[in-house]
Design a protein around this ligand. Structure first.
Ligand code: 2P0
Length: 348
């Protein structure tokens, strides 16, 4: 027993005190942009994503009874400041639920660019929630794990699951709003849809403005924010129907307009939030050219200049080639639907 806990409390199972988990990023086809509750990380709108099979994050959480502060190491480098604070605040939440006070050593490895609008916080907090939940001995079903991951980063709620995933915003009037906001898998006939996301990394550097701040500014100041949340409801209905029909053209069309709408809200924030760069627009032009040439290809962009192009698996090579030709030096990765977060048997 490595954890110190009050004598009066009981847990349902002993903590292994050392757990390692892996999780993958997800890309939203219906975006999450804006919180109605910052503390609980409750969004204004439902969102829907595809978990990728590339860029996994692996995180080990080891309880260390002798230390006074959590240690957080990211790709071999000890973290400080806000990134470390976000991890320790998350661990405080886990400790509170486990009724333990023991600090931990967190080691995390990210295989994709960090903070570049490629969902590193989604894979990061999904892996951390899975590993920390296990290390501190919490009993969490996938829904509860999704809710917990949400507290670290909203989009992490979706990376708990593989394939296509819907994150419920939950109802503001719910007695316990935390309970109503979780993600769940969306059944999709993947053999019929055959989706691929071609990721064009035009800039792997961290974004100038964290998405958390950009989101807040957008909600507070953009006159287009409310109308966009209304259009999201129709987009989500259309997306669910298109996924049910395995209609990739409709999925792509809705995803592209939803993403452009989100960026319109950012561009009309005061001051404006502009993540799209000249290279982003060049890739958007290349996507239009592909469609004119008869290839079903649709773009989506997040809180950064990088672009993800949805297409059929069979067209992914041609799409990747077109994007490489459009922006010399761009790094292009082809992703398919990936798995949900899971514990690993042994530490890595
Ligand atoms: C999404 N993004 O749905 C949207 C689209 C970026 C653009 O979720 O503040 O890192 O930690 O809840 O999850 C990025 O925001 O934000 C994001 P927090 P998160 O994928």
């Amino acid at each position: 027993m490595t954890g110190e806990r009050p004598a009066t409390t009981a847990r349902t199972r002993p903590a292994p005190a050392d757990a390692t988990a892996v999780a993958h990023p997800n890309i939203a086809l219906i975006k999450y942009w804006g919180k109605r509750d910052k503390q609980l990380v409750l969004p204004w709108t439902d969102s829907l994503s595809m978990t990728l099979d590339i860029f996994p994050t692996t995180t080990r959480v080891r309880l260390e009874p002798g230390i006074r502060h959590d240690t957080v190491v990211h790709d071999g480098i000890p973290l400080d400041g806000l990134p470390r604070h976000r991890v320790t605040a998350f661990l405080d939440l886990v400790r509170q639920r486990a009724e333990l006070t023991t600090r931990a050593v967190v080691e995390t490895r990210n295989t994709g660019p960090t903070g570049a609008g490629l969902a590193s916080s989604a894979s990061g907090f999904a892996a951390l929630a899975t590993a920390a939940g296990a290390a501190y001995g919490l009993t969490l079903d996938p829904t509860a794990l999704s809710r917990l991951a949400r507290r670290g980063s909203g989009s992490a709620a979706r990376s708990v699951f593989g394939g296509f995933v819907l994150w419920h915003a939950g109802h503001p009037d719910h007695d316990d709003p935390d309970l109503g906001s979780y993600a769940e898998p969306v059944p999709v006939r993947l053999d019929d849809l055959e989706p691929a996301l071609v990721v064009a990394v035009v800039d792997a550097g961290p974004k100038a403005l964290p998405s958390r701040d950009a989101m807040r500014r957008t909600v507070d100041t953009s006159p287009l924010y409310r109308p966009w949340t209304v259009s999201c409801r129709a987009d989500l209905r259309g997306m669910q129907e298109a996924l049910h029909r395995a209609d990739l053209d409709a999925v792509g069309e809705i995803a592209e307009r939803n993403a452009l709408g989100m960026h319109a809200t950012m561009l009309t924030a005061r001051p404006a939030v502009r993540y799209l760069s000249p290279a982003t627009l060049t890739v958007l032009d290349a996507v239009l050219e592909l469609r004119r040439a008869g290839v079903s290809a649709w773009a989506t962009m997040d809180a950064g200049p990088n672009i993800k192009v949805l297409c059929r698996r069979a067209d992914a090579g041609r799409v990747a080639e077109a994007l490489r030709a459009a922006v010399p030096g761009v790094a292009v990765h082809v992703a398919g639907p990936g798995p949900g977060a899971r514990l690993l048997e042994t530490a890595v």
